[in-house]
Design a protein around this ligand. Structure first.
Ligand SMILES: O=c1ccn([C@@H]2O[C@H](COP(=O)(O)O)[C@@H](O)[C@H]2O)c(=O)[nH]1
Length: 283
């Protein structure tokens, strides 16, 4: 099955373009669970496992962010393997690793994320060039999501800068991805910040079939109505991520998982217009 097939089926079966970000921070995990499991590796696994179980009907994808697992060393990596194993096979797994290195090294990242961990997709930083992306492009069942215009203020430092010819660096990246897609078996998607809706139109035009990973909804304040408008005619599927607003919705309540579920349902409902557009397109 191609990556696009898996993603469209996941959107259809969940009725949702929502992606649950898995950024498990031991200090923010609800106290009732922290008190039960003192070992941090086991704690982050068990926290993510319960979140996955609770929100899986409401999301098309899960996005574990590597930083939160790597911060714990070997126990964190073990937890990541277990977390990915506990994600149902009909949901997309995006390893948010933001890697990017010379081809020889990128091949090892590919082995780690695609072959060993079994992720469906990885996020990549394109600043070292297309040769750093190329090793990930051989497999039709995989995708890469390339940082194109990030959600943070620092996106202005590089991505929004004008380059030769007057377009922004983001526009240039989007255009190159679209051009390279022709020779790539894997899907070449873009990471676009939900906080950047006023700047997205030229990027969507430059890579009109790209699936999108859109972080920045929830804690970072990205606007869903603005996304609805800007995505109106986009052909690729927008995967809209929220991490902290879901994970930590329950704070230290005993029944924290209920708050987590409610928050995922609420976000799914707010994304209904976008989701139904893509669930229809998929059928
Ligand atoms: O431009 C980007 C790229 C990646 N991220 C990541 O997405 C989540 C967002 O977390 P929230 O808690 O929903 O704010 C996190 O893993 C970031 O590292 C991003 O925010 N912006």
């Amino acid at each position: 099955m191609t990556f696009t097939d898996k993603l469209t089926r996941a959107v259809q079966s969940s009725g949702s373009v929502l992606c649950a970000g898995l950024d498990p921070d031991p200090d923010r995990i609800p106290k009732p669970l922290r008190d039960q499991i003192p070992d941090e590796g086991r704690l982050i696994f068990e926290f993510c496992r319960r979140v996955i179980e609770a929100v899986k009907p409401h999301v098309c994808a899960f996005k574990p962010n590597l930083a939160f697992f790597e911060a714990l060393g070997a126990p964190g990596w073990n937890a990541l393997e277990q977390v990915i194993d506990s994600i149902p096979s009909n949901r997309v797994v995006i390893a948010d690793a933001k890697r990017g290195d010379i081809g020889n090294t990128a091949g090892k990242y590919r082995e780690a994320f695609f072959d060993r961990l079994g992720a469906d997709a990885i996020t990549l930083n394109p600043l070292m060039g297309m040769d750093t992306i190329q090793p990930f492009t051989h497999y039709p069942d995989k995708a890469v999501f390339v940082l194109t215009l990030t959600s943070n203020e620092g996106a202005a430092d590089f991505f929004k800068q004008r380059i030769e010819g007057g377009s922004s660096l983001s526009q240039y990246i989007a255009g190159e991805l679209s051009r390279y897609q022709v020779q790539s078996a894997a899907h070449l998607g873009m990471v676009l910040g939900a906080t950047q809706t006023t700047n997205l139109q030229p990027l969507l035009k430059a890579h009109p079939n790209a699936h999108l990973l859109i972080p920045g909804v929830g804690t970072q304040g990205g606007s869903i109505p603005d996304l609805e408008k800007v995505l109106e005619n986009h052909k690729g599927v927008p995967i809209i991520n929220s991490s902290r607003s879901i994970l930590y919705a329950g704070r230290d309540n005993e029944d924290w998982i209920r708050y987590v579920t409610d928050q995922a349902v609420q976000l799914k409902e707010s994304l209904h217009t976008i989701s139904s557009r893509y669930a229809k397109k998929a059928s």
